[in-house]
Design a protein around this ligand. Structure first.
Ligand code: SF4
Length: 294
């Protein structure tokens, strides 16, 4: 398959991942919502989450979108060691796939020019889809994760270049203030991504990447994992709750990604994913085998 067929496969995958990510909520997100529906101490919160679960059920039965917002299509790509791919052709193929998904499946195209507000009705445009490409020596396949990012949660994205003197206490304060300040706008319960360190651009990227991690999965570093638990508990203790209407479940989870930074900097960023927690993953082996999952 490696050769011209690879790009046909990538185009089909671009279409499939963009559609399926919006129809099929990942199992870890469903399980967290079910737990919250059973355990939240607020009757209003339990009612809201039960309604969300009913929306997911309808989507499962009718194979329709869980929410009308098709979002900004974002691809996270990891190219494994020895996997031969032409990067430009890969991006073109995935872009064609997103455009086909939009026209062939009658999806709302949510993408416009920031200047003219032109909408090409393809969910694509200059710079969109967004591609984040990494290389890994730990795998030998190509991994593609699609994250359609709804505007409600994306509009609640924040970065602050703290000073080292503000320390971890400043980081915690910023995360809590942004989550409380966001209120119901990111459609909570959210998956909160926190980036700590790096440069300004890397910090924001880390925060968004953190929202991709499955609900319930902790950071491998014990100190960072403890900070994740502490911040998650603190956010849920605010009582903001689902849709900002009160309850114990403001966030389903909180993930942190870190990078080392400059001696005079202490950057922190917050990115939120709404309750849909959408992501769809594909793995293409070097022999051409394709697996699709979460
Ligand atoms: S934030 Fe999520 S649930 Fe809310 S409208 Fe946007 S896509 Fe839908």
């Amino acid at each position: 398959m490696i050769g011209t067929d690879l790009y046909a496969t990538l185009e089909d995958l671009g279409k499939r991942l963009y559609v399926e990510a919006q129809i099929d909520i990942p199992p870890d997100v469903r399980a967290a919502l079910r737990r919250a529906a059973a355990q939240d101490s607020s009757q209003t919160a339990r009612g809201i989450i039960s309604t969300i679960l009913r929306a997911i059920d309808v989507s499962d039965r009718k194979q329709t979108l869980v929410c009308q917002d098709t979002g900004i299509p974002i691809f996270w790509i990891t190219i494994g060691s020895g996997f031969a791919v032409d990067g430009a052709r890969m991006e073109e193929a995935l872009t064609r796939g997103v455009a086909r998904a939009t026209t062939e499946c009658s999806l709302r195209s949510s993408i416009v020019s920031p200047i003219s507000r032109e909408n090409r009705q393809t969910s694509t445009g200059e710079g969109i889809p967004v591609f984040h490409v990494e290389f890994s020596g730990a795998i030998d396949h190509l991994e593609i994760v699609m994250m359609p990012k709804g505007s409600g949660s994306e509009s609640m994205s924040f970065l602050k270049m703290l000073t080292p003197a503000e320390g971890l206490a400043g980081v915690k304060r910023f995360v809590l203030e942004t989550c409380v300040g966001a209120g119901g706008r990111p459609c909570p319960p959210t998956i909160v991504g926190v980036g700590i360190g790096g440069s300004a651009d890397l910090c924001m990227l880390l925060a968004k990447k953190a929202t991709l991690r499955p609900v319930g999965e902790r950071h491998p570093d014990p100190q960072t994992a403890a900070l994740e638990r502490e911040l998650l508990d603190a956010i849920n203790a605010t009582g903001l709750g689902p849709m900002g209407l009160g309850g114990d479940t403001t966030a389903l989870d909180l993930h942190i990604e870190t990078a080392w930074t400059h001696i005079t900097l202490n950057p922190v960023a917050v990115s939120m994913q709404c309750w849909r927690g959408e992501r769809r993953r594909a793995r293409i082996s070097r022999d051409g085998h394709v697996e699709v999952g979460y």
